[in-house]
Ligand binder design. Structure first.
Ligand code: HEM
Length: 232
């Protein structure tokens, strides 16, 4: 079989046609079980340079009711060479929640931002981030944060209300810079422009947790559902 496929591929090349050989692309997101926090995350690696990746992990509650807002837990592992990393939930820089983070001693700072143009993003109060008691750390090679986000997956975008479907795959944007933030303990610090931006396709369904609320409690964070405050 291999020989047949190989010859078919060569024939295709000779005729200037694409090969008919099946290509099995690696999955773009995989389930990752984090022993430290207990969450199952959907994980996507994003190239920061040709040599190093940023690892983006997102955990969702299982069985989110249709059209309801929901919280997520975000875990990001970034190489020590990077001064900040960001995730754009709408898949582009403009008019969607931007989760920006930078190293700050042992506990990275996560900052909520929003851009209305391709210039420095402003603070964004529509999303709130609560660090978990585990999963925030730094060593000589990497820094890592783990936070709950309320407001990352629903927002008023450029063409109306957006809700990311927790059972779907979605294109997200990301960006990073080697430039350091001068006052990293502040979540309103100014950040230098990115060296790199690009896109990942993230399969949210790989990070569903049936015990989402209990895991939050285990990690020192209130497990109040995201929509309670909206109903009050
Ligand atoms: C000082 C802060 C920032 C500045 C000055 C800035 C500026 C820009 C500019 C000028 C472009 C257009 C580049 C081009 O067309 O070649 C761009 C694109 C982009 N930026 Fe930023 N940016 C900043 C922060 C961020 C952050 C925090 C994120 C994400 C968390 C981000 C994500 C993106 C993405 C995904 C693109 C690609 C185009 C798009 O999808 O909109 N940027 N940025």
């Amino acid at each position: 079989m291999r020989v047949t496929y190989g010859l078919a591929a060569l024939t295709g090349l000779a005729l200037g046609r694409p090969s008919t050989e099946p290509r099995n692309l690696a999955p773009r997101a995989v389930a990752y079980v984090d022993q430290e926090t207990g969450f199952t995350f959907s994980e996507t690696k994003a190239a920061a340079t040709l040599q190093v990746n940023i690892v983006y992990r997102i955990a969702t509650p299982a069985n989110v009711p249709a059209n309801q807002p929901y919280d997520v837990v975000i875990q990001v592992v970034a190489p020590a060479s990077l001064g900040w990393v960001g995730l754009a939930w709408g898949g582009s820089m403009i008019k969607n929640p931007l989760t920006v983070a930078y190293p700050n001693g042992q506990k990275p700072t996560v900052s909520s931002r929003w851009a209305t143009s391709h210039s420095t993003p402003a603070q964004y109060t529509g999303a709130t981030y609560t660090p978990l008691s585990n999963g925030n750390k730094s060593n000589g090679t990497h820094w890592q944060y783990t936070v709950k986000c309320t407001g990352c997956t629903t927002y008023a975008g450029a063409s109306g209300q957006v809700r990311i479907d927790p059972t779907s795959s979605k294109r997200l944007g990301y960006a990073c810079s080697a430039g350091k933030v001068s006052n990293p303990s502040s979540n309103t610090a100014s950040i230098p422009v990115h060296d790199v931006y690009n896109y990942i396709t993230h399969d949210f369904s790989a990070g569903a947790n049936s015990n989402f609320a209990a895991l939050l409690t285990r990690n020192g964070v209130s497990s109040e559902p995201a929509n309670v405050t909206q109903l009050l």
